[in-house]
Design a protein around this ligand. Sequence first.
Ligand SMILES: [Zn+2]
Length: 434
Amino acid sequence: MKLLKNLNLLRPCSEKPYLENAYVVIEGETFRGISTSEPEGEFKEIMDCGGKFALPGLINGHHHLYSALAVGMPPPARIPLNFTQILEEVWWKLDLALDRDATLTSFESGLIDSLKAGTTTVIDHHCSPSFIEGSLSLLGETGKRLGIATGLAFEVTDRNGAELFEKSLQENLDAAEKHAEDPELAALLGLHASFTLSEESLKKVAEVLSRKVGWGIHTHLSEDRADEEDARERGYGSVVERLDHYGLINSNAMLIHGVHCLESDAERMLKHGAYLVHNPTSNANNRIGMLPAIAAECLKPGLGTDGMQSNMIREAKEGMLIRSSHLGGGDTGVDYQALLFDHNPRVATAVFGSNIGRVEPGFRADLAIYDYHPRTEVHEGNVFGHVFFGLDAPCDVMSGGRMRVQDHRVLGIDENAAKQEAADQSLRLWKRMQ
Ligand SMILES: [Zn+2]
């Protein structure tokens, strides 16, 4: 057993959100005890944290690591005028240009950024149509190498033809079978979105989904109005109704965005116990609207970045500010602290089938540790202010009871070499996109 002492624990959304000079007992990969008095017992290792502050390791509820090399890439030849054109002109060109090396470099780059921002769990939604077979295992291996619990899913779609549809579907199935027993990996059945899947394709997806008990889909849903219009043209009342028609909305389903869902859709999601994930900066960037506050309240969504960034504190804060800019004085917003520290642990715990995202006994020992010297008092009632307006980047990050980042450096990896590789791979990738 390992003992951390002299740690100031910030636990937003917990019964005791602030514990000063806390003791944390870790056994293997799991928290065993949290207290403010010295615990008894034999400890193999005692780590004096010297009054540093710590948050639970953060969770990204929806990421696209494949977009990690898009930072600074040349703008598209044709300026996209709507959401569908953004996909056609930017993201579907990028994903098609990813080969194995560029995919691996993207995974590694995005996961390094995540870890350095204190994120120890990433639920990814992957797409590399030119490199399908083995891509999810490559992602799983990369996540394990860095110590990040990783959700695996390959976006199944019709847009690249029948052969690649079948291969993508198979990749999801292979990952689910291969990694079923691994607690650090969770394979879902990835779908791009309803509007890029035919009736025939959804029928096949439903058949494959039914082969594994307790399996769920991970799909974009009602992100732009175009998705809803497509479902209506096909004779359904909504996207949720269409997916539900094929039995795809169940208690393991991860539904991403839901911006244009109806009240009846929300009721359907609640009835099936499906999980919604909100991605505010991506929604703002794509100008597709904002998840209604009432939907956020009743569906208790998790929080993801949709590939926009790997920093969850920033995503929550920016989401809060985007919404505030649309509100009048006295209007109530959305509690982004709850999305990050309450809803995301609920989502991750369901997806991985083990306790993730809280500093409590029985949870995976994940911590983001900050060398933070607050100039104002910290107490139970003002944790929110310190988390969103005080903390900077974590100096140390622990996952599964092991240190993964120390003094801002990722352990077990040459970060400079990884950066050089990303610089080389990104130039090649951008050239292939032309
Ligand atoms: Zn997405």
